[in-house]
Design a protein around this ligand. Structure first.
Ligand SMILES: Nc1ncnc2c1ncn2[C@@H]1O[C@H](COP(=O)(O)OP(=O)(O)OP(=O)(O)O)[C@@H](O)[C@H]1O
Ligand SMILES: [Mg+2]
Length: 294
């Protein structure tokens, strides 16, 4: 609970630290990132690439820019896969330090697709204190195995609430995050309190980390961003020279690092390759909506 809010605010925290940050909203059915971050601009198309809008210095792409809410639900199977692929390969991301991917609930198709396009990404688990650690751990471990990605940390959300009396109330119990982290053998990166200002900020497109940086929840998320930044960057597949990649490609245009599993990857900071040159042509084209529905 709170995946999107945590993702959006972590992005803001990293951007405030001077990092080049991108957010891919992979929740194609229930996209919420544009609203939480308060994205006002729309993507444009330049040289056949989608230029993502920026907010607070963060580049963002979301299905919300391309379809109306009611359309999103029909995206299934191969179409969904292609749309997600375009989020990675047809968007002009530059050379980001971080690419945060907001996942939909569950462990289905989207996770499998994204793990193929970004094979060196890592998983962060957002949980709440009362979630049965045992069950979540099993589910996460199964998912990590299925998509062949590593879980690197746990973030506990809604950990406590500080009342007007200054007392700390553990509304949803305590210990779930720490227990889950221990079971997964990864660090608990932080505990984010339940706070009204976070919820209001998300509703109004004014993320707390930017607009209420002194709040408890903002400070907790900034601290999590620092810990994340201190961690070792993910081990990536070692790059193969471009010539070699082109020789291997029947069309002579396949680029290294476009994210096929086991294929070579480029090495920008942590994140997506910057899709040099042409990407593989695919029939489905995402075109920005004329009038965004927000
Ligand atoms: N720490 C918090 N304090 C207050 N409100 C919060 C907190 N975390 C999340 N919320 C609120 O809870 C609701 C759900 O959060 P969010 O959309 O981030 O969850 P999610 O896990 O992404 O949900 P979904 O599974 O639907 O994608 C939102 O209204 C959000 O503002
Ligand atoms: Mg969400």
């Amino acid at each position: 609970m709170g995946k999107s809010s945590v993702t959006a605010n972590l992005a803001v925290a990293l951007a405030r630290e001077g990092k080049d940050v991108c957010v891919i909203d992979a929740d194609v059915y229930g996209f919420s990132i544009p609203k939480i971050l308060g994205v006002e601009d729309e993507p444009t198309v330049r040289n056949d690439k989608i230029e993502p809008p920026k907010v607070l210095g963060i580049k963002v792409v979301s299905m919300g820019f391309f379809v109306g809410e009611e359309q999103a639900v029909i995206w299934r199977g191969p179409m969904l896969h292609k749309a997600l692929q375009q989020f990675v390969t047809d968007v002009n991301w530059g050379e980001p330090d971080y690419v945060l991917v907001d996942m939909p609930p569950g462990t289905g198709d989207v996770a499998i697709s994204m793990s193929q396009f970004l094979p060196w990404s890592e998983l962060l688990v957002v949980t709440t204190p009362q979630h049965a650690a045992e069950r979540v751990a099993q589910r996460m471990a199964a998912m990590a195995e299925k998509v062949n990605l590593r879980v690197v940390g746990v973030i506990e959300n809604m950990s406590y609430f500080i009342g007007d009396d200054g007392k700390r109330y553990e509304i949803f119990g305590s210990g779930g995050g720490a227990e889950l982290a221990e079971k997964l053998g990864v660090p608990l990166l932080g505990q984010v309190p339940l706070e009204q200002v976070l919820r209001e900020g998300a509703d109004e497109g004014r993320p707390v980390v930017e607009y209420a940086p002194q709040s408890e929840s903002a400070r907790a998320i900034v601290e999590i961003a620092r810990r994340l930044d201190e961690m070792e960057p993910p081990a990536r597949p070692s790059p193969i020279p471009l010539e070699e990649a082109q020789r291997l490609s029947p069309l002579g245009e396949r680029q290294p690092g476009l994210g096929q599993p086991g294929e070579a990857g480029r090495q920008p900071g942590r994140g997506v390759p910057s899709s040099p040159g042409r990407s593989t042509p695919i029939p489905l084209r995402l075109t920005p909506k004329k009038k965004p529905e927000r």
